[in-house]
Unconditional design. Structure first.
Length: 210
């Protein structure tokens, strides 16, 4: 069983993916962290971020079992990751690794930008989790403040819109819902409601596959 979850930044797909994986005892992979891990490895080695061949070589060495969300969430790593994520050979290398991960038993949950469209187009369950840019910026702002940081809502809102344009506008693997994906708009939906909706979809798929 492969569950593919796509959607823009701060829509809630990561939280939903982790809860689904825990509930069903499936393996979980935040595919965005694979790009961040590649970028961090380049930064740590003092290597350039604009050399596609070097970046691809590093991408092929990423250990999917050693992805530390806390470390990889740093802003400078995210900025570096956005530069290498547009490189076709880097995307191919990481997609290959993500597909190998997806085959793990008894099941997997992968979340990202192109899981249902590129990485696992044959996944029996595809979810596209979205929310308005304003809601997503508000959530990100609240997360930072609650963690003791300081943040400017307007700056976060503009950053969310920029990321959307970059993710949806890129030539290679743009962010978009798969044709057969279930759309979950969490703008006015709690994570509990989103989870229960997703659970009913997954349970139906599991019963069909039984």
């Amino acid at each position: 069983m492969i569950i593919a979850i796509d959607g823009p930044a701060a829509a809630g797909k990561g939280t939903l993916a982790r809860r689904i994986a825990e509930t069903y005892g499936f393996h979980h992979l935040d595919t965005g962290l694979t790009y961040r891990a590649t970028a961090k490895a380049l930064l740590d080695a003092g290597l350039p971020l604009d050399d596609e061949a070097i970046a691809e070589g590093m991408a092929r060495k990423v250990d999917l079992a050693g992805l530390d969300r806390t470390v990889l969430s740093r802003h400078e790593i995210g900025e570096a990751a956005s530069k290498i994520a547009v490189m076709p050979s880097v995307r191919r290398a990481l997609v290959e690794a993500q597909r190998r991960f997806a085959e793990k038993a008894p099941g997997t949950v992968l979340d990202g930008r192109d899981i249902g469209t590129v990485v696992c187009p044959g996944a029996p369950v595809k979810l596209y989790v979205t929310a308005s840019a304003a809601v997503r910026a508000k959530r990100r702002h609240e997360e930072i403040v609650e963690a003791g940081g300081s943040a400017n809502y307007d700056a976060i809102f503009e950053d969310v819109k920029r990321r959307d344009e970059r993710d949806m506008g890129r030539t290679d693997s743009p962010l978009k819902p798969a044709e057969d994906a279930y759309l979950l708009d969490t703008s006015e939906m709690s994570i509990e409601a989103a989870f229960q909706t997703a659970k009913s979809i997954i349970d139906a798929a599991l019963s069909r596959n039984a």
